[in-house]
Design a protein around this ligand. Structure first.
Ligand SMILES: Cc1cc2nc3c(=O)[nH]c(=O)nc-3n(C[C@H](O)[C@H](O)[C@H](O)COP(=O)(O)O)c2cc1C
Length: 226
């Protein structure tokens, strides 16, 4: 049986993005995706997975909402309950790796850095002041996150009334008493970025790059074999 030599119509390959062969443009795109994650709830970088080492020395990870991405300061921030396991773990080993893959853009970012925790300083006060009522209520429950409970908690009715106002973003108009119920449990986790590893998938050849500030404030950028 002979193999047909008739020309088959091949699916056309999508055009390559401008950042494909540019380290500078890839880093710009990485920060653009992080910025997107702040405003677009459906964006992959809205909720990256943040990994750390637990108190037994084992790897652990959880999804967290990205709250800020500051290119100048080279920081990301996340919010957490100060009583949660991750905070105890991060006090013992203050470094994390945050990772997300945007399937639409075909880009993975793996971001590593050291962290600082903020409970009673300006950073925490400002973050709390900017939080929605719905978010604040999650910090007001009596049991610490991870506590074994007999019955799952439902937010009490008076607090639920506040939830109905949550979409208005009028945090400053709430009665202080309700707004501040969870304040003592709220903390901000700032990731001071040491490196961003970039992966872009393309049929013409994947691209992988490492942007690193390790040991120096100066950016070191290099392509890596994917
Ligand atoms: C979409 C999504 C977003 C989440 N965002 C946060 C967050 O911003 N902060 C947080 O502490 N936990 C967040 N969680 C819950 C964590 O993934 C995790 O279950 C919880 O914080 C307990 O983690 P730990 O035991 O490692 O402390 C989120 C979970 C999901 C599914």
């Amino acid at each position: 049986m002979s193999i047909s030599t008739k020309t088959m119509s091949m699916p056309s390959t999508p055009p390559l993005p401008a950042f494909y062969d540019s380290l500078d443009a890839s880093l710009n795109e990485a920060w653009r995706l992080l910025a997107d994650g702040l405003t677009d709830r459906r964006a992959a970088f809205h909720a990256p997975v943040v990994a750390s080492i637990d108190l037994q020395g084992h790897p652990t990870a959880r999804t967290m909402i990205l709250r800020s991405a500051d290119r100048e300061r080279r920081t990301l921030t996340f919010h957490a309950d100060n009583r949660s396991a991750k905070i105890a773990e991060l006090r013992a080993r203050p470094s994390v790796c945050a990772i997300a893959y945007d399937a639409g853009q075909k880009i993975q970012l793996r971001i590593s850095g050291s962290i600082t925790l903020h409970l009673n300083d300006e950073i925490a006060h400002r973050a709390w002041a900017g939080s929605r009522t719905m978010s604040r209520l999650t910090y007001s429950v009596d049991d610490a996150p991870g506590t074994v409970i007999a019955v799952p908690t439902t937010l009490p009715a008076p607090k639920l009334d506040m939830v109905n106002d949550a979409d208005s973003d009028a945090a400053s108009e709430e009665p202080d008493l309700v707004a501040n119920l969870g304040r003592k449990n709220f903390c901000v986790l700032v990731v001071h970025i040491a490196s961003i590893e970039w992966v872009y998938l393309a049929s013409q050849g994947n691209r992988r790059a490492l942007f690193s500030w390790v040991g120096s404030e100066a950016l070191q950028a290099a392509w890596l074999q994917p």
